[in-house]
Write a protein that binds this ligand. Sequence first.
Ligand code: SIN
Length: 538
Amino acid sequence: MESPKQFDFLVIGSGLAGLFYALEASKAGTVAILTKRSAQESNTLHAQGGVACVASSADSFELHIQDTLDTGAGLCKEGVVRTIIEEGPERIRDLARLGVRFSTRPGEGGEIWDLGKEGGHSRRRIFHVDDATGREIEQVLLRAVRANPRITVLEDHQAVDLITLAKLGYASENRCVGCYVLDRASGRVEAFCAHHTLLATGGCGKVYLYTSNPDVATGDGVAMAFRAGVPVANMEFIQFHPTCLYHPQAKSFLISEALRGEGALLLNHEGHRFLLDADPRGELAPRDIVARAIDAEIKRSGHPCVYLDIRRKGKEFLRERFPTIYAACLRYGIDMAEDRIPVVPAAHYQCGGVVTDVDGRTELPGLWAAGEVACTGLHGANRLASNSLLEAMVVSYRAARASIAAGPVSRKVAIPSWDEGSAADPDELVVVAHNWREIRELMWDYVGIVRTRKRLHRAGVRLQNLAREIREFYWSYRLNADLIELRNLVLVASLVVDSALERRESRGLHYVLDFPGPDDSRPPADTILRLSEPSIRA
Ligand code: SIN
């Protein structure tokens, strides 16, 4: 038996939540950050809009709380919403102290924050760094992490499964004690142990054919937690971003909602501002309404996309406020000062996830979760734009403080080495590629923006067959990165479908034609799924 690698804190994922937790936790011990590709590749890196946070005299915590509750369609936990919103300003100051240069503009007494506006917000309150907020945050935090001698960053290290006392056969007590991890360079699976493990693995956009998310968003944290018996909530609430660039060569490129905040109009191919027919707030209605209206318009017209029109703001403003989007559009031959931008909705954000409290604490001692992977109760049935980076930084900070307060775990346990059995290298990689494609297509076609129970049932049956096949493949062959992701992807897709079937109403992001409205006969409730018998071979 090879001895496991030992740290005080283990962090899986290297976006804002993981890096912020690591910096705080390192004040009390050693930290390992495991990241399955390069450290900067994360959902945070691609976040354009910014961080929602109250910062002007025209705004208040109460207004931000109310906007969040209204958007969340009855499922937000008000105490959690209040804590996260009220602690936002302190965490924004932390980011600024670390070196994040949020955009400013000239005000009466000098430079003031240039706060943006997005759908569902009644006030300007989005801190941003031009239109590449996540990139700046990621780079600043990574610099701080790399300069910290107590933090070890391990790239190309892909988490396989959590190690728990229950899985190791301890009957009287359960706890997360670490994780099995594939070192992609050597192809070997090693055990990492820690007193506290944080899941900061982001969401599951890659479950869908079209997504704004990077390739790493394969739902790994939700899948690992679920296999460890930890409850997962509200996975039916997948947020579709209304406006991703529609161009054959543009993979997953988002056109930020901040454009609509600055006055961009959404038009159909005939130039009609069709959103006003769906909601008087037009382009600044919450995302679920905008995405559904676009979906309906595309289906009605047979035209493959709709258009964002921000030409009237002029070249100078657009180049300065949206340098990243302007340059990206130009690369595809679209000058947004002169052309309308073709856009379509795409899967963007997982509002549900691993159930935690506002400190990121899961039901399993020793396991914490923060960021998109977690379901704290902030987003409810629909996330208010730019509340996610806010949640990631507040909850990861609180999780680090709570992990430190919980202290080290004295108990030593023997961790068996990973059993490769008689596994051989898979010789039929076409099966992996095929199943991967099939899951994503079927989720897009059957479990998209507008759902029916018949299609959900169909998707469920197909996913069960795929899961069986993938399980056999997984346990018959030597592990590789694609197989690990495929196994997670099929499980998370099933969790989305099962949750959607559990919810017999339309609410927030879950819209099902069989029940077109909310069920007002009972109080709104979360959809909670859990595996009854966690097994190492699940
Ligand atoms: C955007 O810039 O439109 C994305 C912001 C968000 O998803 O919160």
